[in-house]
Ligand binder design. Structure first.
Ligand code: HEC
Length: 164
């Protein structure tokens, strides 16, 4: 992840949080939908923790997939192709390490990918990020998200693998 994004998304100080609220995108409408309703009841795909606070992806991650995305993730394999409407959410929390246990702390943000063939600049996926209250965080999907996800071309820009 590039340094600027890492600083903006991963190490949000109260001042940066305030700033992100000021620059937050206008209310969701049309194709710019909000956090998918009910995603928290989708099937949990995997968890992982990036424990280094200086890392751009710092946080405890829980990944959820809607039924269309889940079918492809479950089938697995080196090459994956997701259908229109496939959706994957990563809920990212603080990492709490205490007494030998690693737990998810306070919510930091949710990031979402939605398969949408009209999103041609970002490989057929819409990328979005939301603060803990579900409000959109302003991002540049091309430079902040797609630039890195493009590395997973064989698996349709998806890095996540289903944890059996
Ligand atoms: C530096 C690289 C990098 C950047 C930048 C990045 N991601 Fe990711 N993303 C990853 C990796 C690696 C995973 C897999 C994590 C795992 O296996 O749990 C991932 C997983 C995801 C997933 C779960 C589905 C998948 O593709 O594996 C979503 C949704 C997601 N990222 C959204 C975003 C959004 C939105 C942005 C921009 C705000 C973004 N990402 C920026 C590397 C990146």
């Amino acid at each position: 992840m590039d340094r600027a994004l890492g600083l903006r998304l991963a190490r949000a100080t109260p001042a940066l949080v305030a700033l992100s609220l000021l620059v937050a995108a206008p209310p969701a409408r049309g194709k710019e939908r909000g956090l998918p309703r009910g995603y928290r009841t989708w099937v949990h795909v995997k968890s992982m923790a990036v424990t280094d606070p200086d890392h751009g992806m710092y946080g405890f991650h829980n990944v959820y997939a809607n039924p269309a995305a889940l079918r492809v993730l479950r089938a697995g394999g080196a090459e994956m192709r997701f259908p229109e409407g496939a959706e994957i959410v990563v809920s990212i929390y603080e990492v709490e390490t205490r007494g030998g246990a690693v737990n998810a702390g306070a919510k930091r943000r949710d990031v979402v990918k939605t398969k949408d063939r009209t999103a041609t600049a970002t490989g057929g996926w819409r990328f979005a990020a939301f603060d803990p209250k579900g409000r959109p965080i302003a991002i540049d999907p091309v430079s902040d998200c797609h630039a890195c996800h493009a590395g997973a071309r064989k698996s349709d820009l998806v890095f996540t693998r289903f944890s059996p």
